[in-house]
Design a protein around this ligand. Structure first.
Ligand SMILES: [Zn+2]
Length: 272
């Protein structure tokens, strides 16, 4: 039995990850093969449910989009970024994108699978983020969604939690068992509890930088953003930094890629 599962696992892994990469290769050069066991529709459904629960909670606490000027600013920047996602994956232009701002002192932002963006007011206020810097963060978060890093993390967690037998059942039945992944609770739990890996972060930095440049935002802002974040980490480190260490590597990588996406930025600016 073990052997059969082993073979199933290998063939499934090859089948799923051997040819699966969620985004088109572009200037940023991201083309890693991915392990995507969970059906995208399942992940998107869980994500949409968890997001709408977050919105209702924020609404009931009167913390949702309370600062209209800030909301308009964040929404405007996000819209420009979203207009460029087709370069990386044409299907994402048809996603049901949503943008919201929550009044919350944390320096944080996220984009859930399927394009559900949330920016915390603390991120805008505490580092006096410029439009270019906000575009760098939001672009990075959008890149996580485009690369389906959440789905990848959930797939890995599924295998770890339910084991190879569950995986074998997926192969024979062609679908994931209902009970195990039912409910937005598990969806949001998986999404928020599992941090992105270092490679996923690197991919999002690169795609986010290109996305922002294509939308006409200065790529140098990614570097100043991380420097501002680092400066804030003395004393009480911002939430965002606990999952996004502003390492020297990260800043060096962004600095190295910036000249490559600069022509995209210049072209976008010339068009405006
Ligand atoms: Zn990230």
């Amino acid at each position: 039995m073990k052997k059969i599962i082993g073979i199933l696992f290998v063939s499934l892994t090859l089948q799923l990850s051997g040819c699966a990469t969620t985004t088109n290769s572009s200037v940023s050069g991201v083309n890693r093969s991915q392990f995507l066991l969970m059906p995208a529709a399942t992940v998107d459904k869980m994500s949409a449910q968890a997001y709408s629960e977050t919105l209702s909670k924020a609404k009931s606490k009167s913390t949702l989009n309370v600062d209209k000027a800030m909301y308009n600013r964040v929404n405007g920047i996000s819209k420009r970024l979203i207009a460029q996602v087709g370069v990386f994956r044409p299907d994402a232009t048809k996603w049901n994108w949503e943008v919201n701002v929550e009044k919350n002192d944390q320096l944080n932002a996220y984009c859930m699978p399927g394009g559900k963006i949330m920016v915390f007011s603390g991120l805008v206020e505490k580092i006096s983020a410029t439009d270019d810097e906000l575009a760098a963060v939001i672009g990075h978060e959008i890149a996580h969604a485009l690369r389906e890093h959440g789905r990848e993390r959930m797939s890995q967690a599924y295998v770890q939690q339910f084991g190879l037998q569950a995986l074998a059942a997926v192969v024979t039945k062609g679908a994931i068992g209902g009970a195990a992944v039912k409910g937005a609770g598990l969806g949001s739990q998986l999404f928020f509890a599992l941090p992105n890996g270092r490679e996923q972060e690197r991919e999002s930095d690169r795609i986010g930088l290109e996305l922002a440049a294509r939308a006409g935002f200065n790529p140098d802002a990614a570097v100043t953003l991380w420097q501002k974040m680092s400066a804030k980490s003395k004393g009480a480190p911002p939430e965002f930094l606990s999952t996004h260490p502003a390492s020297a590597n990260r800043i060096a990588d962004l600095k190295a890629l910036a000249p490559k996406v600069r022509p995209l930025y210049e072209a976008a600016k010339a068009k405006k």
